[in-house]
Design a protein around this ligand. Structure first.
Ligand code: ADP
Ligand code: ADP
Length: 223
């Protein structure tokens, strides 16, 4: 079972201007169910662009994106939005939690938006939080949490709607090495427990070595 497939993805910014930059030049990749894949790429090589296209946040110029075996090209915006919300979880280098809500509320809200009842959303959020050791911080606002705790809450939020695919862009890139190690281990455990597929961009080759497979993005192609 293939959860994510990218085929012949191209993307050019500022086309036909002096600032034209061909970021992706026919990128292909495929991620099976339960597979955790590292994406190693120098900065500026287009990894954020690739993750955004994979997660339906941005459109490719050409090529095909399939999620859970369904081609996304030519689908309506509404359908793409629904797939993104239900099947894809995102984590970034910075947590991007809503500052005025508690940690718990940050994980509950996306579930309410997807039609889950309040009680079930709360129970599920607390269960996710317990698995990565932040359930005791449920009623705190993001600013009251440490960097590692903020990222753990962000992982819970990404998984709140039980996606099939996790896309992460340097999820531990903003943490000191020790915290990065603990937080990465927590993420891996959560991913393995839920049988999720993941594409995780990192500069850290030690972390990459702990995933199932490493892909390199170079010259706009996946090697
Ligand atoms: P990475 O995540 O590997 O650092 P990005 O995908 O963010 O790379 O960017 C790849 C290249 O595309 C960079 O040179 C960046 O400046 C350029 N780029 C990214 N987004 C845009 C945009 N919206 N408009 C113009 N250029 C962009
Ligand atoms: P975004 O998260 O991209 O801002 P919006 O909330 O603006 O998405 O949604 C875009 C459009 O798609 C809106 O008209 C919204 O009502 C519709 N939409 C989004 N998700 C769903 C869904 N799961 N079912 C039906 N319509 C949806």
């Amino acid at each position: 079972d293939t959860v994510l497939s990218l085929s012949g993805i191209t993307k050019t910014y500022n086309e036909d201007t002096p600032g034209e930059i061909r970021v992706l030049r026919g990128a292909n990749l495929s991620i099976a169910k339960g597979e955790v894949v590292a994406l190693v790429a120098p900065s500026g090589s287009g990894k954020s662009t690739l993750l955004h296209i994979a997660g339906l946040l941005d459109a490719a110029d050409a090529g095909e994106v399939s999620i859970n075996g369904q081609k996304m090209d030519g689908q309506s915006d509404r359908r793409r939005t629904a797939t993104r919300r239900n099947e894809v979880g995102f984590v970034y280098q910075f947590h991007h939690l809503l500052p005025e809500f508690t940690a718990l509320e940050n994980i509950v809200l996306p579930q309410l938006a997807n039609g889950v009842g309040e009680r079930a959303a709360r129970d599920h959020a607390l269960e996710l939080m317990a698995r990565v050791g932040v359930d005791t911080r449920a009623s705190h606002r993001p600013a009251e949490l440490s960097g590692g705790e903020q990222q753990r809450v962000a992982f819970c939020r990404a998984l709140a709607n039980r996606p099939a695919l996790l896309l992460a862009d340097e999820p531990t890139g903003n943490l000191d090495p020790d915290t990065a190690e603990t937080v990465f281990s927590a993420l891996m455990e959560l991913v393995r427990d839920t049988g999720l597929s993941a594409l995780i961009a990192t500069h850290n080759l030690e972390l990459a070595a702990r995933m199932d497979r490493t892909l390199r993005l170079e010259g706009g192609e996946i090697l």
